[in-house]
Design a protein around this ligand. Structure first.
Ligand SMILES: Nc1ncnc2c1ncn2[C@@H]1O[C@H](COP(=O)(O)OP(=O)(O)OP(=O)(O)O)[C@@H](O)[C@H]1O
Length: 283
């Protein structure tokens, strides 16, 4: 079976007809990023195009410094493109059309709050939840946090403090916090990079379950090609710094996927192909 087929960029395809109010959940149209000015200018991202349908799961891979995190920062509106356009939910990222959840490599849990309180934080901040936070935090919102913690196996740790948890447990809590406000779009920047291989594989399965349960649109930045292949529906490879997306291919393996799959010849062939492509563009 050929797992990877070339994915045609969607330019020229007819407009999607259906209930979705926007054509793409995420769309970069020749978006570039330059930091600084004059002699100090650093191009972090060459003009890059990328389209994601609602519910898509895209993994971004590529050499260090090629601009993967820069794309996440564009989509989350932490920075603006120097040229081109970034649309999220069909509107400029600053319009905050979609609810966004984020998780990064080092979970930043507030040490003076319990895991329950940390996971609940987005409900305090994000509309429409914040309007009823005071009323619901000890009732419906608390139940919601506990349901999610149970889903990731942390039901007995709600009242613990972050420093009482292992790195893997913290990252599970971090995923819960990223998902508690039911984001339409989940941005993940090497969320499992600091974990050992066993814990990492365990968390891949947890993330897969959470994704299939809720079907947000997910953009995952990772250096781990097996992680990309196990989790994503599409893998985008970027060229060396200043990078752009040079390959965009679907992973033709039905979900849910089993972890044993990563040892199958087809999967190994796929990751090997990706490795060779990245090795070429690094030169
Ligand atoms: N605020 C900034 N000012 C100047 N240069 C920056 C800034 N942020 C990022 N860069 C540069 O932009 C380039 C892309 O950075 P980015 O963090 O997006 O790369 P990356 O692909 O995520 O890297 P890695 O895989 O190593 O995490 C890098 O060369 C980086 O040094």
């Amino acid at each position: 079976m050929n797992i990877l087929n070339h994915h045609k960029q969607s330019t020229g395809t007819p407009l999607q007809v259906g209930p979705s109010p926007y054509r793409y959940a995420v769309e970069l149209q020749s978006a570039s990023v330059v930091f600084g000015k004059g002699d100090d200018a650093v191009t972090a991202l060459s003009p890059t195009s990328l389209k994601m349908d609602a519910g898509d799961f895209v993994a971004l891979v590529g050499p260090s410094g090629c601009g993967k995190s820069t794309i996440l920062r564009l989509v989350s509106d932490l920075i603006q493109p120097s040229s081109g356009v970034v649309l999220v939910g069909g509107r400029e990222a600053s319009a905050k059309q979609l609810r966004i959840g984020m998780a990064f490599q080092n979970p930043t849990m507030l040490p003076w709050l319990t895991i329950e309180q940390n996971v609940m934080l987005p409900l305090k901040i994000v509309a429409p939840f914040k309007a009823t936070f005071r009323k619901d935090r000890k009732g419906a919102y608390r139940d919601r946090v506990h349901r999610l913690l149970k889903q990731v196996g942390l039901q007995d740790f709600a009242n613990h403090y972050p420093w009482q948890l292992s790195g893997g447990m913290l990252q599970r809590s971090n995923l819960c916090r990223a998902l508690i406000h039911e984001p339409d779009l989940l941005l993940l920047d090497e969320p499992f990079g600091a974990l050992d291989q066993f814990t990492r594989e365990e968390l891949w399965q947890i993330l897969q379950d959470l994704y299939l349960d809720r079907k947000p649109t997910v953009l995952l930045v990772t250096h781990d090609l097996r992680e990309a292949g196990f989790l994503a529906k599409r893998i985008c490879v970027m060229s060396a710094r200043p990078g752009r997306v040079i390959s965009d291919e679907p992973v033709n393996i039905p979900q849910p996927r089993d972890i044993s799959m990563i040892y199958s010849p087809e999967f190994v062939e796929m990751t090997q192909g990706l490795r060779e492509l990245i090795a070429q563009v690094r030169k």
